[in-house]
Ligand binder design. Structure first.
Ligand code: FEO
Length: 188
């Protein structure tokens, strides 16, 4: 859902809740309706926090490929994903969102280049299919970026979700495949 629509809906709900509380107390202090509304308003930030916390990602040692420089890159990518997720979930403004998106996309490309060089320099046998996955992903992101420039609010949710899901699945899957091969070559 568009962020502006979500903000409008939440603001409307809060205004209506205060109205219900005000009108409810006109019917007496023992009327349960305003008290229920007060409880909902108090619980709202906790409900919101619980719902949004699931959208953030955290480093897990199972994601490690056992090569320090690559693990550091992957951790940085997770941190940039969370930065972008913050921009999507909270009213941080367009400039913050654009910067968070551009930092994530740029660092993804930087990381792919570093990883590809490491695989190529060490004659990793599955270098080509791995590189193809990277290239396909960058093409998909480029297509999303075109859509983002046409309609920012309609695209940002799906674009963020794509970046997050793709990167996590790739780090947890395809990237693990070179781990033993490169470690056997003494790369740590
Ligand atoms: Fe860590 Fe293949 O990207």
């Amino acid at each position: 859902m568009r962020k502006s629509l979500q903000t409008f809906g939440l603001s409307l709900f809060i205004v209506l809740a205060f109205l219900v509380i005000g009108i409810g107390f006109l019917f007496g202090i023992d009327n349960p309706v305003p008290w229920i509304m007060i409880a909902i308003l108090i619980a709202l930030p906790m409900i919101h926090k619980k719902m949004t916390s699931r959208k953030f990602v955290a480093w897990d040692d199972n994601l490690s490929v056992g090569i320090a420089v690559i693990d550091e890159d992957h951790k940085k990518l997770l941190s940039l994903i969370n930065n972008l997720q913050t921009a999507v979930l909270y009213p941080t403004g367009e400039a913050f969102e654009r910067q968070a998106l551009s930092e994530l996309v740029d660092y993804t490309k930087y990381h792919f280049a570093r990883e590809e060089k490491l695989m190529q320099d060490n004659d990793y046998p599955d270098f080509e299919p791995h590189k193809e996955q990277h290239e396909k992903m960058i093409m998909q992101v480029s297509s999303y970026m075109d859509a983002y420039e046409k309609d920012r609010e309609a695209t940002i949710d799906e674009l963020t979700s794509f970046l997050k899901t793709w990167l996590i699945n790739h780090i947890a899957g395809t990237d693990q495949n070179y781990s033993q091969f490169l470690r056997d070559k003494g790369i740590r």
